[in-house]
Design a protein around this ligand. Sequence first.
Ligand SMILES: *Cc1c(COP(=O)(O)O)cnc(C)c1O
Length: 433
Amino acid sequence: MIKYFSTEHKSKEVSFKDAIITGLAPDRGLYFPDIINKFDDKIFDILKFPELSFEISKLLIEDAIPENDLKKIIFDAFNFQIPIKNIKDNIYVMELFHGPTAAFKDFGARFMARVLSFFLSKSNQKITILVATSGDTGSAVAKGFYKVPNIDVVILYPSKKVSFLQEKQLTTLGENITALEVDGTFDDCQNMVKEAFIDKSLNEKFTLSSANSINIGRLYPQSFYYVWAYNFLKNQAGCKEIIFCTPSGNFGNLTGGLIAKRMGLPVKKFIAATNINDVVPEYLDTGIFKPRPSLATHSNAMDVGNPSNFARMTTLYKTKDDMKRDIVGYKITDKETVDTIKNVYEKTGYLLDPHGAVAYKAIEFYKNDNVENNIPMVFLETAHPAKFNEVIKDNLGIDVNIPKVLKEALKLEKKSIKIGNRYEDLKSFLENR
Ligand SMILES: *Cc1c(COP(=O)(O)O)cnc(C)c1O
């Protein structure tokens, strides 16, 4: 059986079920599997996403969930498209925003909600999910867990630091979803949540769980679509290798790719694209990991000053030089982001969102530094541009067509509870509600 150890190595190993339910290990480390099974070559011929995801998840989860239940979970969670389109030359976009909240976090949230609900239904437990969000996690989690029995969701988001549309998505559901509007930054929200998990007295009263990208249940499905992109392009273009570019904040999305590579996906390189919150690219340059407060940018879902999944990356790669063989980092400024949205739109007609634009620009930098004409380069477009229509309208002067799933949220009334940015503020809210 696969066991989950903490990246801090002080807590004891747990099962998949316990890793999902507790989220963060008691020693504040992140859970990681002690075994990563390898693909059988047959996996690369599967051209349907749910079937492919089912095969990959069997290798990751083994018998922690019976096959029939796992299949139901997967087919129900991934009922939307993942188009891969050629932009120009050997550059492709993989659109991960066709889920119900129009961002890639739907993959992790929808999978995790169903897995958790499966485990809870077996044991009649009730849990409270605490989640800190810089925008997209919150809406994906809110929507993914909406009305799921035995689960209460409390979302913390930084006041005035998410877009108008994101805020609507976070605050309008009601039922088992509560939105806390924190007078602070995303890092404050994340620290408050982390603090709650290690607070003994609070944990005696509630079973707390996390749906942040620290949860292994969120991470796993983020490995599926890397294989999907490779299979698609292998079938179309007969490639033997692939390069990915992932716009990154907490580095959960990229770590999903690293797991796929460990399973045997032939990835030549991962390009880690960040905005000016470039703690990881800086580490790849200098070997020094220096977390710091995050700075606000146009690609706000990546405004992360202390990327939590770095702990998993250093579990996979013991040294900086090890990591550099597989990953190259680039930092992109807001000006470069906006210029890229403009240039790509004018030259190709494709409209990027700010996160996708960060990835696209990083590919351009990488292509300048390396001659790589025959290997397909796929960047992950993590959100629909309409989620950032303020940035796009201000800079391009065009109105983005808002997809139907987002229009519905705009009509609803915001309901949030304002709190301060100290842990005590969160604690007293939880104890007194
Ligand atoms: C969360 C998010 C990211 C960053 O993903 P990480 O897994 O935190 O690196 C990028 N783009 C969008 C739109 C996001 O919501």
